[in-house]
Design a protein around this ligand. Structure first.
Ligand code: MN
Length: 283
């Protein structure tokens, strides 16, 4: 076991996404340390495929309020993660395209979270109209502390696990989820913003947030597709099918990303058949 881990979260529907993300982490991301997958609803066979390749799987045990949003990301702050000193977390709708080790080196403080800025201001994360209609003094005070132009995106985060049990914990996130449940739009991300108004900014190239129909060139060290279940080439194919005009440059960019995505999925199968990844002593 190493003292740093890369952490992803995947439910049963995102097993294939998890494989792509891990393939990218190893190949383009040049990650040599531990990888942990927080699993939701996986059976032992699903886990086995990952464990066989030296990847840890930990089932998420968070008690999620019934009928509410999905709060599984709270598990990214489970005390069990204190086995590692530093952690990088990645969403399953990301694609790593460059070395991610510098992120770990940037984590110097032990009392806060490192993340990139969200492209979305706080007014889209909280239902502010509802807050005006049904005031909540406690939430209002917390929101007043938030700088509208400095809101974190939870797709790529990094922290020293010292922060767990002090400033943040799985339980605290779930508790805040319950307490302000009527006012969230963006769920876990909104809660994390309440807990970490003082987050340290990572360079934006580590979380380039792209929405699926936005016509722009994707460039960055980590692309974040902001829509789980979406694959990069789908948007390109949609454009083709609907006969929408795309510049040649944009088409080329989409094709390039799509082929990298597919290649990373193959890496998952390849890398771990390699001798050095056998018998790693995983869970
Ligand atoms: Mn995401």
């Amino acid at each position: 076991m190493s003292n740093q881990a890369l952490l992803i979260l995947a439910d049963k529907n995102y097993i294939e996404h998890a494989k792509t993300v891990i393939g990218a982490i190893y190949s383009f991301g040049r990650w040599k340390d531990d990888i942990v997958v927080l699993t939701v609803g996986w059976n032992s066979e699903d886990c086995h495929e990952f464990n066989l390749r030296g990847i840890f799987t930990l089932p998420v045990m968070t008690q999620i309020p019934a009928g509410h949003f999905n709060w599984n990301k709270a598990a990214m702050f489970n005390p069990m993660l204190k086995h590692w000193e530093k952690v990088i977390t990645l969403d399953c709708d990301t694609l790593v395209l460059d070395d991610i080790n510098p992120i770990i080196d940037m984590v110097e403080r032990k009392d806060t979270l490192y993340a990139c800025r969200s492209h979305v201001p706080k007014r889209f994360e909280f239902d502010l109209r509802k807050l005006r209609r049904t005031p909540c003094h406690e939430l209002q005070c917390l929101l007043d502390e938030l700088d509208d132009n400095k809101v974190l995106n939870s797709g790529v985060m990094a922290y020293n696990t010292d922060v767990i049990g002090k400033k943040v914990s799985e339980r605290k996130i779930v508790e805040l989820a319950h307490r302000f449940r009527n006012y969230y739009k963006c769920r876990d991300e909104a809660v994390l913003n309440l807990i970490f108004p003082d987050f340290v900014e990572l360079p934006q190239e580590y979380n380039v947030q792209t929405a699926k129909m936005i016509n722009k060139i994707y460039e960055g060290k980590i692309l974040h597709f902001l829509s789980k279940g979406w694959k990069p080439w789908q948007s390109w194919e949609t454009h083709e099918r609907e006969g929408l005009e795309l510049s040649e440059e944009l088409k080329e960019n989409r094709k390039r990303i799509a082929s990298k995505w597919k290649w990373c999925r193959k890496q998952f199968d390849y890398i771990f058949l390699h001798e050095e990844f056998k018998d790693c002593g995983f869970i």
